[in-house]
Design a binder for this molecule. Structure first.
Ligand code: NAP
Length: 253
């Protein structure tokens, strides 16, 4: 595909895990991909994997909760790869604790990355999408949006992202831009590995106990989420907007 016609996608938190798999999947779908994470250097592997399969990618370092860094990063993507028309707000952190022990810092940090980060990235990218009359925003929510012990900050942020998504869909639809959210269940990544460590369990035991409660009898892999992102980002999904898709190996309400 020529560089002038190739669509450009930005995936935040693309150094590893769900973001890394999503960046690769979108590159395989034909997008030039900006792999954005806190440190540019941590995206080197993602970019190398994409390049190895013949794709085009750029590593970008930025903190999604910092307005100036976001602005600079999106401008750099537009200049070096092309105007972004797909945005996957995937960057995330956990700072788990029970309410009575949770610090204000841990509350603010989680809100900052998930909610403020998605807001800043979407705001910076929407001008490119509306100018092109075509865009796709995919936000990573979580089954934790339905409530999860020890995650009052994270579940509030992930529920907030669902409202954010629906409002983006309403505001941006007439410009050819859709917005959808994916709410993963248990996905085996560094994030869940760290949770196992915090709970004093081996990652294998943690995965086995999670799988025992999941109807398809396994935990998810990053590719399970990348596949869903691929659909929402596609031309074919143009009439699907403002939706929350639970990708959790079973039903959630
Ligand atoms: P992960 O392996 O921890 O990867 C998250 C990535 O985001 C890391 O590379 C991290 O960089 C980056 N990041 C953190 N803060 C950032 C910031 N301020 N700016 C830019 N990048 C930042 O997580 P994951 O499991 O792949 O999760 C990806 C998304 O899916 C998250 O939004 C998560 O909440 C959501 N999710 C995950 C699961 C699951 O079971 N894994 C379930 C539901 C939802 P550093 O390493 O440098 O901190």
């Amino acid at each position: 595909m020529s560089q002038t016609t190739q669509k450009v996608a930005i995936v935040t938190g693309a150094a590893r895990g769900i973001g890394g798999a999503t960046a690769l999947r979108l590159a395989q779908d034909g997008y030039a991909v900006a792999a954005l994470d806190l440190r540019e250097a941590s995206c080197v592997d993602t970019v190398a994997t994409i390049t190895e399969v013949g794709g085009r990618a750029l590593a970008v370092g930025a903190d999604v909760s910092d307005a100036e860094q976001v602005q600079t990063a999106v401008e750099r993507v537009a200049t070096e790869l092309g105007a972004p028309s797909v945005l996957v707000n995937n960057a995330g952190i956990t700072r788990d604790n029970l309410l009575f022990k949770m610090s204000e810092q841990d509350w603010d940090a989680v809100m900052g990355v998930h909610l403020r980060g998605a807001f800043l990235m979407s705001k910076a990218c929407q001008s490119h999408m509306t100018a092109a009359g075509w865009g796709r925003i995919v936000n990573l929510s979580s089954t934790a949006a339905l409530g999860n012990r020890g995650q009052v900050n994270y579940s509030a942020a992930k529920a907030g992202l669902q409202g954010f998504t629906k409002t983006l869909a309403i505001e941006l639809g007439k410009f050819g831009v859709t917005a959808n959210a994916i709410a993963p269940g248990f996905i085996a990544t560094e994030m869940t590995a760290k949770t196992a460590e915090r709970l004093g369990m081996s990652f294998d035991d943690f995965k086995a106990s999670a799988a025992a409660k999941i109807p398809v009898a396994r935990v998810g892999a990053p590719d399970d989420i990348a596949n869903a992102v691929s659909f929402f980002a596609s031309e074919a999904a143009g009439f699907v907007s403002g939706q929350v898709l639970y990708v959790a190996g079973g039903p959630r309400t």
